[in-house]
Design a protein. Sequence first.
Length: 453
Amino acid sequence: MSHRDLPFGVAVLFVLSTIGLPASAKDILIRNVTVYDGTGRAAQVNVDVLIKDGKIEQVSAERLKVGRAQLDDGTGKFLTPGLIDSHIHLPGGQSGSVVNAAERKMTMDKTIGTRALHGYLYSGVTSVYDSGNNTDYIFAMRDDERRGKITSPRIFAGGGTVSVPGGYGAGASAIKVASFEQAKPELDARFALKPDMLKLILDRQGMFANKAVPTFTQEQFKRVVDYARANGVRTTVHIAAEWDAETAINAGVDALAHPVVRSVANDAFIQLAAEKKTPISTTQAVFNNIARVADDPGFFDEPLFAAVMEPEERDLGKGAERQRYVSSGMAPMFKLMVPYATDNIGRLHKAGAVLALGTDRAFGPAVHQELELLVKAGISPFDCIRIATLNNAIYIGRQGDLGSIEPGKWADLLLLDADPALDVKNFRSISAVYKSGVRVDLAKLDLPINRKK
Ligand SMILES: [Zn+2]
């Protein structure tokens, strides 16, 4: 649908009333830009990109006619798809212990959530998948995003996780499966909310080196995965150990919410993951942050963190949360495990597995940490572009709409001042962020950097 032929006032009213559709007021021509399209195709140099009705219309080596489009000069700049994080937990839906899920309380703080979402946009992230949250809260936020009520990256969400009674992650928002029959009504109620993807928990050790905890039997797990698929819902799974990851892949889960982190994975597992092409969310940032925060919480003061995170939030990260990570034993344990995860990520990539950038954090700058950690695992900056874009669209099952700069896809884009294929740090040199072809006004986001002015 085009608004170009309407008088200005009518066009504005039309845009405001078009609930559910993006406010694509203008067509945009990005002229003379270097494109990394996200598919793994080599750079397309000095091309024109035309955006029409919020979607990519054309990528052309010939100069295109401007017509009524807004002209954005891309000379000397680089265009990539907007970054996607396939593993976040949006803040504002739960409060209490970061360590013990059972101690968390459900909240509905949309201000905290909206500010975090603004932080993702400011960091160049145009889509997130929330991998477990207060169900009512995250679907309310997703609704606000889809209705255009908030400025936000696209929100994909599953609601609370699916675990077993007493299992890891079996907090207040979780569906606790004692038996399939007992859980079926709750699963049906969840499917009625149209989750983009459901997250299950398969972990018999819990995350924190505690005593063994109950988890799904193989049969139960497969039954829930099959039932979700029968209802048109994708599944992802929290795993940490190789045997659980293997069980999940063999049960037909659609994605893994973490790589194997408890040990160096066997070659047979790397092979299996590569053959099945099950997308794996990389989540190096969470392991690394928890390990690193014990000795070096200084990253919370880096410019990008200071720009988007509230001072009290950063103080919490450096203070109480850090204390809990240390006293719970998580920090020393993650210090041991980080090298395993890094090694596994590098080998998965070399073997041809589908890695998808995820952070398991609640703040946008973590995406840039994740990119740097992927390079540390031996992955080239060029390959990181696809891992942070199209592979994540595949993870969420939305590769038909998102994740690459190809005709017909939503124009969720990142315009950069420096070449991200030379150095992933250049993903921080953000010149513009577009969602559905609308340039996000970064100076108007509700963030500390804008409040200072
Ligand atoms: Zn998580």
